[in-house]
Design a protein around this ligand. Structure first.
Ligand SMILES: [Zn+2]
Length: 315
């Protein structure tokens, strides 16, 4: 079997998904234990202030929203510098994500705390800042839920600018997790398989998805999830694009799957509905022109890109 390593696609589709615009130079080889303290002493350092799944945004006079604070400017928001993580370095200087403790009702009029999903869905900050937000949100969420050593139960300590936790009792080192999720569009030339989760916005249909399990390849997870959720067996599975997904710290891995049977047996515990959609119908959903107001996920979502790529493909 022979193939050309860098055959099509010529462009990486992942660069077009939401949260993919992160331009921070992580310098992962230079994460000393004092790197956050050093950054806090640097006047060029910029901070993202986060609290309970919300990002703090400064309201400009023209209605603009600015997510960047300096260390002194963060003081009124009850920052936890001990819980701060170093995201890396931008052209302007170091970039930190800092958990803050101020309650929403005590925020000044000029600062809003907005949940990550709304910040991203409504495009409130530029792509680079949204990428930095995803990185910071995922790291801070991991620290918040991994305060104790999973081996001996002792409270662990943040190290390496937030990319490690060290247990002072048993010496075990713990590293931030990224949980892989397979998201797949099963499609023939004429039609694709979309489902509706019970928590979806009204009228929305999307690609099926599920966590990849230990000991499983991406392709095996795609086949298993599609069979479990829709009763559809898949032949070929190909990778398309990935997306960082900070809810709380996943990586969405987008694939196309080739169906071997047509008859859907939807798992109604997981899905409210699941059916085949023709290309013309999906085009109307993408354009928000469907007669029954059915829609596909918004532009930043990797599901949107899978569906768009299929509609525009020669298959
Ligand atoms: Zn321990």
């Amino acid at each position: 079997m022979s193939f050309r390593l860098f055959d099509a696609p010529l462009r990486e589709p992942s660069q077009f998904v939401g949260f993919a615009g992160n331009t921070i130079d992580r310098q992962s080889e230079n994460r000393a234990d004092d790197s956050v303290d050093k950054a806090l002493a640097d006047p060029t350092t910029r901070l993202l202030l986060m609290n309970g799944g919300r990002l703090h945004l400064k309201l400009g006079t023209s209605g603009s929203l600015d997510p960047w604070f300096d260390a002194a400017g963060s003081e009124p928001f009850k920052p936890s510098f001990a819980g701060t993580v170093l995201l890396g370095f931008s052209e302007q200087g170091p970039v930190l994500a800092t958990p803050v403790g101020i309650e929403a009702e005590h925020l000044p009029e000029t600062v809003k705390a907005i949940d990550y999903r709304s910040v991203y869905m409504q495009g409130l900050i530029d792509d680079a800042a949204a990428g930095a937000m995803a990185q910071g949100a995922a790291l801070l969420a991991w620290h918040a839920s991994h305060r104790f050593c999973s081996k001996c139960g002792t409270q662990s300590q943040m190290r390496a600018g937030g990319y490690k936790r060290h247990c002072p009792n048993c010496g075990t080192e713990h590293f931030p997790r990224t949980d892989p999720v397979a998201i797949m569009l099963t499609a023939t030339r004429e039609k694709c398989l979309l489902g509706r989760g019970r928590h979806f916005a009204p009228g929305m249909y999307s690609a099926l998805a599920g966590f990849i399990e230990p000991g499983e390849t991406i392709e095996a997870a795609v086949r298993r999830e599609t069979l479990e959720e829709a009763g559809i067996r898949l032949g070929r599975v190909v990778y398309h694009a990935s997306q960082p997904w900070p809810f709380p710290y996943s990586l969405m891995i987008g694939c196309f799957g080739e169906p071997l049977n047509e008859d859907i047996q939807a798992d109604l515990n997981e899905l409210e509905d699941c059916r085949w959609f023709g290309r013309d119908e999906v085009r109307l959903m993408l354009a928000r022109e469907h007669a029954d107001n059915l829609v596909t996920p918004p532009k930043g979502a990797i599901a949107h890109h899978l569906i768009r790529a299929w509609v525009d493909s020669e298959y």
